[in-house]
Ligand binder design. Structure first.
Ligand code: NG1
Ligand code: ZN
Length: 549
């Protein structure tokens, strides 16, 4: 292949000018903001994807156009590394530099610098696969992305409308095809077949449980879940798809979806499930899932990512034991947003090692690879279970002496295929939870018994500059603004089981305040006081946080 044609890039870039006065940042989940501000960013991310593919010996890079649970007017873009993990952190800075280069000349300068710093062979082929969710702004952004890719002469695969985890799956499959690490058939059909077959094995011989109503946030999860359910078959899994309107403008994530349900702790619009019925919500790109039901007394009971982690960890630990592969050790990874009761239950009742890391799946994923089997979930329902190559080897080569052992091994092996190893995946996680509940013949209430969440509250505070907030200790302690942490600690000390921390969001222009305490009243008071403190002492703008009634 010829070297990079910089004049061609310059010419193409004139069609995607960067707006003045906007500073873009590759944040927790790539670039994410109002869709009408993203054209130039998407064009440049295309160029970066191609450069990274060249750098990685022409491996396929993945690009996903989505803004997940954000409102429909937003969109975003993120890069996926060849084996399905998030873009390596050192390249996030390049993404930010490309996005912020104001002129075509500056853009070319940055590209040349990336080429030199990484010793990139310009003549290597570039391969990029991309997909988008159902947002109305998607098609135009994909055109800008293609312009960026073509300007560097990249080969492309348009994977169409997909969930974020499907794109991760596809990227990994393309790069492992024909190797001993082959992750599966690189197609959407391959994805469904792999999951459906694994689910059948995982629940083999156990009776079907009641129907699961799934709120799909009026997003891409709706058509994809229907397709998956068709492959699984309703003889073993009954899924009722709700909030599947991906055509009417304004409905995506509106008063529904996993983020809404978790934040507001209430049923989504369009899911009026009766007492005792089982519900779940996906987010807008189907990488998060939470479960819930309405108790006999009418209370809404949420089973979030923490509960999924505890359920998955305990099931896997039991299987490992019964299968006789005890050498395989299980650990759980959480963030500071995990409920204190969940952490306590895992550490002190289940006696599992628990690590706490900074917010963002890339941090959890990385930490989880340190365990033989690493269970990681954010409280908001984003996570998965990772099996190390050694654990996979042990599980696949184990010999069994009893029928009980054989049964446990069969189910454990099925889980290694059922659980998406590349990233947290709402569809795969849904099947994982269902498989466990089927095996145990549990209701959601049975599952919920393990521990009771401490009342918690998450508040957004708008400040003039959230970048002045700097944290440490997995984001649980503020070091700047100086002195604020001491004041927060003084407030926390007044409440039984009190805990509160403050950090700047990586996806929204807000500061997040988290609080929990022994009772709902105390928790709300603590959340109110800490958010007021942040507002007063660190440049609050707009309205002062209000009390929760
Ligand atoms: P930020 O905006 O950095 O808090 C949010 C979630 C993260 C993660 C990312 C990416 C919370 C409190 N934060 O990050 O857990 O999921 O979005 O989508 O839920
Ligand atoms: Zn998402």
């Amino acid at each position: 292949m010829a070297s990079i044609n910089y004049d061609q890039i310059k010419e193409a870039a004139t069609h995607h000018p960067k707006p003045q006065d906007i500073k873009y940042t590759y944040g927790t989940a790539g670039f994410r903001m109002r869709a009408d501000l993203l054209d130039s960013v998407v064009f440049r991310v295309g160029i970066l994807a191609a450069l990274r593919s060249k750098k990685l010996d022409s491996k396929f890079l993945g690009v996903m156009v989505t803004a997940s649970h954000n409102p429909e007017r937003d969109n975003g873009i993120k890069l996926v590394d060849p084996y399905g993990d998030m873009l390596e952190q050192s390249w996030e800075e390049y993404a930010t530099q490309l996005a912020n280069s104001q002129t075509e000349d500056e853009l070319v300068e940055v590209i040349k610098r990336i080429v030199v710093e990484n010793n990139i062979d310009e003549t290597k082929e570039a391969n990029v696969v991309y997909a988008r969710d159902t947002r109305p702004s998607g098609p135009a952004l994909v055109m800008a992305l293609e312009d960026g890719l073509k300007s560097v002469g990249s080969e492309v695969i348009d994977f169409g409308i997909k969930t974020t985890p499907q794109l991760h799956y596809m990227t990994c499959c393309l790069n492992t095809k024909g190797t001993e690490k082959s992750y599966g058939d690189p197609s959407e059909l391959g994805y469904y077949k792999k999951l459906a077959e694994a689910f059948r094995k995982a629940v083999d011989g156990k009776p079907r449980i009641s129907a699961l109503y799934v709120d799909c946030a009026n997003g891409v999860g709706a058509p994809k879940l229907s397709e998956l359910a068709r492959h699984v078959g309703d003889d073993i899994l009954e899924v009722i798809v709700a909030n599947d309107d991906t055509r009417t403008q304004g409905k995506l994530n509106h008063l529904c979806g996993a983020d809404y349900v978790k934040t507001c702790q209430r049923l989504p619009l369009g899911m009026d499930i009766e007492k005792g019925k089982r519900g779940a919500s996906l987010d807008g790109d189907a990488d998060r899932i939470v479960f819930y039901f309405v108790d006999e007394d009418g209370t809404f009971k949420l089973l979030d990512g923490d509960k999924i982690a505890a359920l998955a960890a305990s099931f896997v630990i039991d299987l490992v034991k019964t299968a006789g592969v005890e050498g395989v050790k299980v650990g759980v990874v959480q963030t500071a947003y995990a409920n204190g009761s969940a952490t306590n239950y895992l550490k002190n009742v289940m006696k599992v090692p628990v690590s706490c890391v900074s917010t963002g799946v890339k941090h959890l994923h990385h930490e989880a690879t340190k365990y033989d089997i690493g269970v990681y979930f954010e409280a908001n329902g984003h996570g998965t279970v990772l099996f190390s190559p050694e654990a996979l080897k042990t599980i696949s080569s184990a010999k069994c002496e009893t029928a009980e052992q054989e049964d446990a091994l069969k189910r454990l092996r099925a889980l290694t295929d059922l659980i998406n190893q590349t990233v947290g995946d709402a569809l795969s996680d849904m099947l994982l939870v269902e498989a466990i509940l089927v095996n145990k013949q549990w209701t959601l209430k049975d599952w919920d018994q393990a521990y009771t969440d401490l009342p918690s509250r998450l508040v957004k505070v708008v400040v003039s500059d959230r970048h002045i907030f700097k944290g440490t200790n997995a984001e649980r302690t503020l070091i700047e603004p100086v002195g604020l942490q001491e004041k927060i600690d003084a407030l926390v000390g007044k409440y039984k089981d009190g805990r509160s921390f403050v950090r700047p969001s990586g996806t929204e222009d807000v500061v997040r305040v988290y609080a929990e305490a022994a009772t709902r009243e105390e928790c709300d008071e603590l959340a109110y006081k800490v958010s007021g403190l942040v507002y007063d002492e660190a440049g609050g703008t707009g309205g002062r946080p209000e009390e929760f009634l």
